[in-house]
Design a protein around this ligand. Structure first.
Ligand code: AKB
Length: 316
């Protein structure tokens, strides 16, 4: 019987991942933790505890006391916020990972999920259909921490047999919990503003194309990777995960088709340079072959679901 710890359960990914895991493994076997309060659904649906992943002793104690077998560590300062506090962001992102790697080494919680990101690539990387193995010279603190994290994950797998699994998430689009401090946040904000105000001022240029994925696809594939036979996994650093690529303007046009009066304007800020340094599209062939990665949602389907669900949420 698996007993699962989710670190960062109040964030954009965690708040949905916990619900999916509880459905599969039973509510009492999925322990949600964060330094922030959770959504009501998470608090009412199973165990939740305030836990700081930076406090190693407490983390290890929690894992041992609750006989945890798998950990999902989702705690991170995202790309935009990390540029405002570079040294702190480096400390937080690296310590959060190193604490979970060490805890995995020193306990029975040997199976670990840790998300990497398209931010591991940089301005010298081929921008289109970016391969798994290519030039990697990220120039953001977040990207540097993710690339270093990938190397550490592989090291702990080789050296200590920690069963780490990871994907390089593209921008994730969801309605339950909004992201905070990322460069791809515009692809979520735009839906909320479209419903609230009928307009959106986007912080990247209309021609900016980035890989994106709907949260349901991200969650399903993350759990699929964690359940894959370890013999099938040729990579312990992190797998490219493509989703679909579209420009900010294509996204705005798809929303306008559904809300005819909607207008988008573009006022790039410091996040434009970050977006420009990332791939416009990604090749995820290896993940498809190794463990069956598959994304179902295209731009039209994402827009239909987002507009319906965001509306429902804002009317509550
Ligand atoms: C960000 O924009 O920082 C994240 C990411 C792509 O990792 N959403």
């Amino acid at each position: 019987m698996e007993r699962i710890l989710v670190i960062g359960s109040s964030g954009q990914i965690g708040s949905e991942l916990v619900l999916a895991l509880r459905k599969t493994y039973g509510s009492s076997n999925v322990f949600a933790t964060d330094i922030k309060n959770p959504t009501e659904e998470i608090r009412n649906g199973g165990p939740f505890q305030i836990l700081d992943v930076l406090d190693y002793k407490n983390l290890l104690h929690f894992i041992v006391r609750h006989k945890i077998t798998q950990v999902y560590n989702l705690a991170a300062v995202l790309s935009g916020n990390a540029e405002k506090i570079p040294l702190q962001a480096w400390d937080i992102n690296m310590k959060a990972l190193m604490n979970t790697l060490e805890a995995a080494r020193q306990s029975d919680a040997k199976k670990l999920f840790w998300p990497s990101s398209i931010a591991v690539f940089g301005p010298t990387t081929p921008r289109h259909n970016t391969p798994q193995l290519t030039v990697m010279e990220p120039n953001t603190v977040y990207g540097i921490s993710k690339l270093a994290g990938e190397r550490w994950g592989e090291y702990y797998n080789n050296r200590y047999d920690v069963d780490i699994r990871s994907v390089r998430y593209p921008g994730l689009i969801s309605y339950k919990t909004e992201p905070g401090g990322g460069t791809t946040d515009y692809a979520v904000e735009i839906f909320f503003e479209a419903i609230k105000k009928g307009s959106y001022e986007c912080f990247v240029k209309e021609s900016t194309a980035l890989p994106m994925m709907f949260m349901d696809d991200a969650i399903e594939n993350t759990i699929k990777l964690m359940n894959a036979d370890s013999k099938q996994l040729s990579l312990r650093s992190s797998y490219n995960m493509a989703g679909i690529s579209f420009t900010a303007e294509e996204l705005a046009t798809a929303i306008k088709k559904r809300i005819p009066g909607f207008t988008a304007t573009y006022k790039p800020d410091f996040r434009q340079a970050i977006a420009d340094s990332w791939p416009a599209s990604i090749d995820d062939d290896i993940a498809q072959k190794d463990w069956g990665l598959k994304a179902e949602f295209d731009l039209d389907r994402i827009c239909d679901v987002m507009l319906e669900k965001v509306k429902e949420k804002l009317e509550k």
